[in-house]
Structures are given as structure tokens and as C-alpha cells.
Design a protein around this ligand. Structure first.
Ligand code: SAM
Length: 231
């Protein structure tokens, strides 16, 4: 069955966004994956379909109600739905390529997008939500984060990106950052393509790339270099 994404959001018009274009969009049109954006407000309370309320204990902003969000999740995920339920959250576990690969190999995802000050804490345990962060900064809503998660997953689906994305040479896949790329022209503004890349010696090219990958990783991300990095 095709990989299935359901997004719960107050702004369904933000989807599929860029994922309706290019290779991901072609794959979506072909049915290699599916995307359903559901409006949390459909489960809002009363005539005004309220989805949020003031924070218990006081303070600024509004909080997404647990009963509204739970109703939206229950309507999107029928009993037995095997898909993991992600909650986009700056407090979540930072997304890694390893988690992305595992998600892409599964049946799909349900992604909940927060807004305002966030969601009522009780719905996280109450509906088994896995909090996922896309980095140490704060967005105004979870929608761009959801698009990031889906983008990273969809490009790994069989038949989405051709063979490139399935290769193990990319940044992070081997626990290192990728080596530099070049293409024509051979000389540009006094800068040349490294000679080894134009010499046709494939073993030498592989050695050069591995060494560059190693050097760049050590320089830029010493936290990734060495044993026991990136899952
Ligand atoms: N009050 C929250 C805090 O300080 O942790 C921030 C809430 S933020 C303004 C609104 C929503 O944006 C969050 O509920 C979450 O869904 C999303 N969001 C913000 N930053 C994010 C990040 N780094 N990764 C994933 N989602 C994020």
C-alpha cells in the first residue's frame, strides 16, 4: 500500500505546499504516497468552533484544547491504524536521518501541527503522541515542521527520487557530511575543479571523496565525527 500521511492542522491550505511540486509532487500524483490535510477546527467547540483557550495558571497566549485535538486525532486514525503519531514541538526529540528512514519504511505518519503556545499536555500521553523537533528555534506553527518531516520521508520512498536518494553517500547516511560537488565549467573565475575528479581514476576519486567527507565533518560537526555518532 502507498505511504500515507495525514496532517492535522488549523491551516490545511498550507498542504501539500512544495510537496505538490517536482519529484514529490509527481510521486503524489502517481499515487506513490498520499497526503490528507484535516482541519482541527472541524472538531472545534460550539458555534464558533473554538479550538483553544487561555492557559491554566495564567500567562500569555492560548493553548490548543486536548478534547478538540483528541477528537481530530480519533477521526483521522481509526482503531488499529498502525501509523506513528507525531506532534511537532520545539520540546521534541530532534529529527534525525535515522528516524526519517524508519518513518519512510513504515506505513506512513499522522502529524499534528501545534499553534499558539502549544497543546494541552494531557493529549500527548492520552493519544500517544511522539514529540518531534526540527531544530532549536521556535516557529509560529507546526506546519513548516510537518512539511520538513514529510519532505525528508517522501524523498526516500521507492520510486520517488530515482536511485540517488537511496544511495548511502549522502550527508548523514554514513554518519558524516557529504564531500564537495562540482560540474562544468572546468575553470570558473580562476577556480578549478580538483584535478582528481577529472582524471578518471575511480579508486582515487573514491579515496578523495572519503577524505574530504571526513575533513569537512571534523571541521564543521565534530559531534558527528568519530565512533558512535548519528543513528
Ligand atoms: N510555547 C512553545 C514553547 O516555547 O515551547 C512554542 C509554541 S510555537 C509558537 C507553536 C507551535 O509551533 C508548536 O506547538 C509546534 O507545533 C510548532 N513548532 C515551533 N517550533 C518548532 C520546532 N522547532 N520544531 C517543531 N515544531 C515546532
Amino acid at each position: 500500500a502507498p505511504w500515507r500521511a495525514t496532517v492535522l492542522t488549523l491551516y490545511p491550505e498550507m498542504f501539500p505546499g512544495h510537496l505538490g511540486l517536482s519529484l514529490a509532487g509527481d510521486a503524489l500524483a502517481r499515487g506513490a504516497w498520499s497526503l490528507e490535510a484535516r482541519n482541527i477546527r472541524d472538531h472545534g467547540i460550539g458555534r464558533h468552533r473554538a479550538v483553544d483557550d487561555t492557559p491554566a495558571g495564567g500567562g500569555a497566549g492560548m493553548v490548543l484544547r486536548c478534547d478538540v485535538l483528541a477528537a481530530a486525532i480519533d477521526a483521522a486514525a481509526l482503531p488499529g491504524d498502525p501509523r506513528p503519531r507525531l506532534l511537532m514541538s520545539p520540546r521534541g526529540r530532534p529529527l534525525t536521518q535515522g528516524r526519517v528512514r524508519a518513518l519512510a519504511e513504515g506505513p506512513g505518519v499522522i502529524v499534528v501541527c501545534g499553534r499558539f503556545e502549544g497543546v494541552d499536555e494531557r493529549v500527548i500521553a492520552g493519544r500517544g503522541l511522539e514529540e518531534v523537533s526540527i531544530g532549536d528555534y521556535v516557529l509560529s506553527g507546526g506546519e513548516p515542521a510537518a512539511l520538513v518531516v514529510l519532505d525528508a520521508c517522501v524523498r526516500l520512498l521507492p520510486g520517488t527520487m530515482g536511485k540517488h536518494a537511496s544511495g548511502v553517500e549522502e550527508s548523514f547516511e554514513g554518519g558524516t557530511l557529504e564531500y564537495p560537488h562540482y560540474t562544468r565549467p572546468r575553470a570558473w573565475e580562476g577556480r578549478e575543479i580538483p584535478e582528481v575528479l577529472t582524471g578518471g581514476n575511480h579508486a582515487a576519486i573514491a579515496r578523495w571523496r572519503a577524505a574530504e567527507s571526513d575533513r569537512i565533518t571534523r571541521e564543521r560537526r565534530p559531534d558527528l565525527a568519530g565512533p558512535g555518532r548519528i543513528p
